[in-house]
Design a protein around this ligand. Structure first.
Ligand SMILES: Nc1nc2c(ncn2[C@@H]2O[C@H](COP(=O)(O)OP(=O)(O)OP(=O)(O)O)[C@@H](O)[C@H]2O)c(=O)[nH]1
Ligand SMILES: [Mg+2]
Length: 317
C-alpha cells in the first residue's frame, strides 16, 4: 500500500489502516513524515485527555468507565495506553488488555498499547504522533493513559488538552505527587478507590496544598478534586463534567490556543534536537571523539575544546 492510500484509509477510519499507520510512526520508518504530512488537514478536531498517576491507582479502570460514558453520549474514543517496561508494572499490558476488553469490542473505541522500549524521549514523540493519527481518523476523544513516573510519561500526559491525575487515599500520595511533578501538570485530581479508608482526608490534604498555590490571577483555574470508585462506576459522571468544565474554561479564556501552541512548540524543539543529534554523530565525528579521548585524559586538551571543535567552532589543533 502506498503512503497516499494508507492516509486515505486512515482518514476513512479504517481500523487496520490506523493500526498500520501507528506502527509506521512507532518504527520510525522513513514513511512516517510523509504519512503525517498527508493527514495534517484532517487533524485538530479530537479533544485530548491525559490520565496519569502512580502505578495501580486505577487509571485503566477509570479510562474504561469514562470511555463507556463518553460512548453513551454518542462520541467515539481512542485510547493510547503507554506501558512502561518496568519490572514492577511489567504485567500492565496484559492487565490493561483484560480491563479494556469490554470497551474494545465496540466499533467506536480504539485501544492501542505502546511500550517504552528503552528510548524514553522517542516514545513520547511517537505517542503524540499516534494521537495525531487517531485524530485524523476522526475519533472525537483521544485518551492517553500513562503511569506518572518519569519525565517522558509526564510529557505525554502534558500533551493533552485536559490532564487528569489519579491518586489513591493512602496517606502520602499527595506528597508523593508533589515530588514527582504530578502536581504541576494536573488540571484536576481524581482520588480513586474512595471506597477505601482515608479518602476524605486525602481530598482535604490535596485541597490544602492546592490552596497554597493560588495566585489570584484574574482567570485562574484552580484544579478541582473529585472522588471516584472506578471499579464500581462511582463518580465517573463527575469526571466527565469536570473535563467539560475545564474545556469551557480553556475556550472562554483563550487558553486553549495558548496550550496547543505551547504543546507544538515543545514538540518542534524535541524533534529538532532529535534530528540534530541524529545528523550530528556521523561515523567520522564519533571516531574523532574516541581518538581524542586519550588526549583529554593525558591533559593535552580539554573536553570543552573538543566539543567546540566537533561543532565546528574551533579549528583543530
Ligand atoms: N477498591 C478499589 N479498587 C479499584 C478501584 N479502581 C480500580 N481498582 C482496582 O485496582 C487495581 C489496579 O487498577 P488499574 O485500573 O489496573 O490501575 P492502573 O492505574 O491502570 O494500573 P497500572 O496501569 O498498572 O499502573 C485493579 O485490581 C482494579 O480492579 C476502586 O475504585 N476501588
Ligand atoms: Mg493501567
Amino acid at each position: 500500500m502506498t503512503t497516499a492510500d494508507l492516509a486515505t484509509r486512515v482518514s476513512e477510519g479504517d481500523r487496520r489502516a490506523i493500526a498500520r499507520a501507528i506502527s509506521t510512526v512507532e518504527n520510525d520508518s522513513q514513511n512516517a513524515g510523509a504519512l503525517l504530512h498527508r493527514l495534517v488537514k484532517k487533524m485538530g478536531n479530537a479533544y485530548r485527555i491525559g490520565i496519569t498517576g502512580p502505578p495501580g491507582a486505577g487509571k485503566s479502570t477509570l479510562t474504561s468507565e469514562l470511555t463507556k460514558l463518553i460512548r453513551s453520549l454518542g462520541k467515539t474514543v481512542a485510547i493510547i495506553a503507554v506501558d512502561p517496561t518496568s519490572p514492577f508494572t511489567g504485567g500492565a499490558l496484559l492487565g490493561d488488555r483484560i480491563r479494556m476488553q469490554d470497551v474494545s469490542m465496540d466499533e467506536g473505541v480504539y485501544v492501542r498499547s505502546m511500550a517504552t522500549r528503552g528510548s524514553l524521549g522517542g516514545l513520547s514523540a511517537k505517542a503524540k504522533d499516534a494521537a495525531d493519527i487517531l485524530d485524523a481518523a476522526g475519533f472525537d476523544i483521544v485518551i492517553f493513559e500513562t503511569v506518572g513516573v518519569g519525565q517522558s510519561e509526564l510529557d505525554i500526559a502534558k500533551a493533552a488538552d485536559t490532564t487528569i491525575v489519579v491518586l489513591v487515599p493512602e496517606s502520602g500520595d499527595a506528597v508523593q505527587a508533589m515530588k514527582s511533578g504530578l502536581m504541576e501538570i494536573a488540571d484536576f485530581f481524581v482520588v480513586n478507590k474512595s471506597d477505601r479508608e482515608g479518602a476524605e482526608q486525602a481530598v482535604r490534604a490535596l485541597k490544602t496544598i492546592l490552596t497554597m498555590r493560588v495566585t489570584h490571577a484574574a482567570d485562574e483555574w484552580i484544579p478541582p478534586v473529585i472522588q471516584t470508585t472506578a471499579s464500581k462506576n462511582v463518580g465517573i459522571e463527575k469526571v466527565w463534567e469536570t473535563v467539560q468544565k475545564h474545556r469551557e474554561y480553556l475556550d472562554s479564556t483563550g487558553q486553549f490556543l495558548v496550550r496547543r501552541k505551547s504543546r507544538e512548540r515543545e514538540r518542534v524543539r524535541e524533534l529538532v534536537e532529535a534530528i540534530l543529534h541524529f545528523d550530528f554523530w556521523t561515523p567520522e565525528r564519533t571516531k574523532t571523539l574516541e581518538t581524542e579521548l586519550d588526549r583529554i585524559i593525558s591533559r593535552e586538551r580539554t573536553s570543552f575544546d573538543l566539543a567546540q571543535e566537533l561543532v565546528g567552532k574551533l579549528k583543530p589543533g
